[in-house]
Design a protein around this ligand. Sequence first.
Ligand code: K7E
Ligand code: RUQ
Ligand code: CUA
Length: 650
Amino acid sequence: MKNLIKSALLLVAVSMFMMGCGNNGNKTQEKAGALGSNAAEKVYVAPGEHDEFYAFLSGGYSGNVTVYGLPSGRMLKEIPVFSQFPTSGYGYSEETKPMLNTSHGFIPWDDSHHPDISQTNGELDGRFIFINGNNTPRIAKIDLSVFETTEIIEIPNSAGNHSSSFVTENTEYVVAGTRFSVPVPQVDMPINEYKGKFKGALSFISVDPEHGHMDLKFQIIMPGFNYDLSHPGRGNSHGWFFFSTYNTEEASTLLEVNASQNDKDFIAAINWKKIEEYVNNGGGKKMPANYAHNVYDESTHNATSTMKKEVLVVDPTEVPGAVYLLPTPKSPHGCDVSPDGEYIIGSGKLSADLTVHSFTNMLKAIEDKKFDGEAYGIPIMNYDDVVAGVVKSGGLGPLHTEFDAKGNAYTTFFISSEVVKWKLGTWEVIDRKPTYYSVGHLMVPGGNSRKPFGKYLIAMNKITKDRYLPTGPELEHSVQLYDISGEKMELLSDFPSHGEPHYAAGCPADLLKPKSKKFYKMEENKHPYAIKAPQDAKVVREGSNVHIYMSTIRSHFTPDNIEGIKVGDNVYFHITNHEQDFDVPHGFAMIGANTSEILVMPGQTKTITWQPKQVGVWPFYCTDFCSALHQEMQGYIRVSPQNSDIKLSW
Ligand code: K7E
Ligand code: RUQ
Ligand code: CUA
């Protein structure tokens, strides 16, 4: 009977979770009531003035990252990561196509969730942003001096890649955890034999301190749970990493009756320093694995893709004291660590309360050897020994928590559609503000580091409904900006985002502005098809491959008119932009080419291909308005029959 009531309650919670009951009652009252008094003034950034913060929002199913200025909410750039992007030709140009190579072939799309800025001593250092691709498991690195994706590493033995990509205190590692457990290695087997046979790989990708190069150093092969989110320890807990889990029942189907039988799932606490030491001393074993490692070289302007053949895996039971399981109620989603590294917050999706574990309590219980059994040889802690407190939030469906610099935490509640501010240590609720509607993640610039910049908070909302002018059945998600400098949060503004922003990372503009590159120096261009000056332009035939070494400078293509191309040729346009100035790209588009256009930055060389199918005289033109003579920036290709004896000329 008790169980029946419990599952009935659970069903109600689950269906509310699925519906995302935003509290969209009396809109006029809410709009007026929640808005700060001088909100307009606080978000106004005059024309020509710069924003105070950068915000990097993941694009979810767009596969990209979008960059916004805060407080204005102006969108500054969309950075293509896992998806082909016609605006710049990323993933279409010959130079960037290898970036999207995987062991499954060329995969020009992914689902990106969690951007994280690199850190030094636990503080944002503004060198890189890492972001995960969930679908075909990958971690990408964006270089913040050029705002371009410069490295992508595929993750073997992983699926769903959701508890990613978070960095340790000195960016020693970027960490990626599987969402789905799968057979490791993959094998053809009945799905209902999941339990005990499927495994969850947690991957530690080292980041070389000098150049930032990534390398998959080791994977910990964990029990077959789902690994949802993760966060690094910091300060005292530096050297540890925490992962929230669900489906610790290891059910092969996640209808809620199966996956939520356990009252408590776990937060897995991993002492990665211990495992690193074990591995450095020859521990772990190499297993065959296929995964791509793609690197973009900023001097050759070319990406290369290498297929890796093995990975080092570690069985956690071989490293005593490296992994513990902390019981945490109700399928925790977010797993967030306080700026001082002491508190680990688990957000049970099907709950009203937040569970806060204490790192110190955990160490003490480990020292006293107080455990409550084990799972596959991994010790389970006593809930009462590790818990530090419970936040009686009064909200429903907690997802994610961020922090300010004054000892406060901010948690999103999806079902009750609000952000709740509470105090670390006393666990009391200080303030709550509605979101419009059904918030997922939130972000405070620096809010998952040792040094949060607690001035603004953005909430990223799943449901937009009536917030903006209707645009048919689909509306972009909404981002809401709150001023959190005072005791009470103040809603300042909202703006549409692109794709589905799950998480975001933010930092002060001053951290990035001084190192932002203005153009590439021509003398540093080591692209194999670059030409040093327009007078070096040429056309070279090698069998049916024709290489056009083309130059752009305001506002002319050299060469412009080319004859002697034949039906069935592979034409390569290698375009070098000889401008040496800030913000003067030229574009290139060819009629009938299915390889997108390309935008070529000053000092850069990019290549697209074209296979002429029909004889005739076919034009190309510059796609970026570059001068008063932009409309004059054009040329023709004369295409003759395959057997014609017209000579190549330009
Ligand atoms: Cu909560 Cu992918 Cu971080 Cu979306 S996840 S909200
Ligand atoms: S041209 S400025 Cu089509 Cu008027 Cu663009
Ligand atoms: Cu070059 Cu328009």
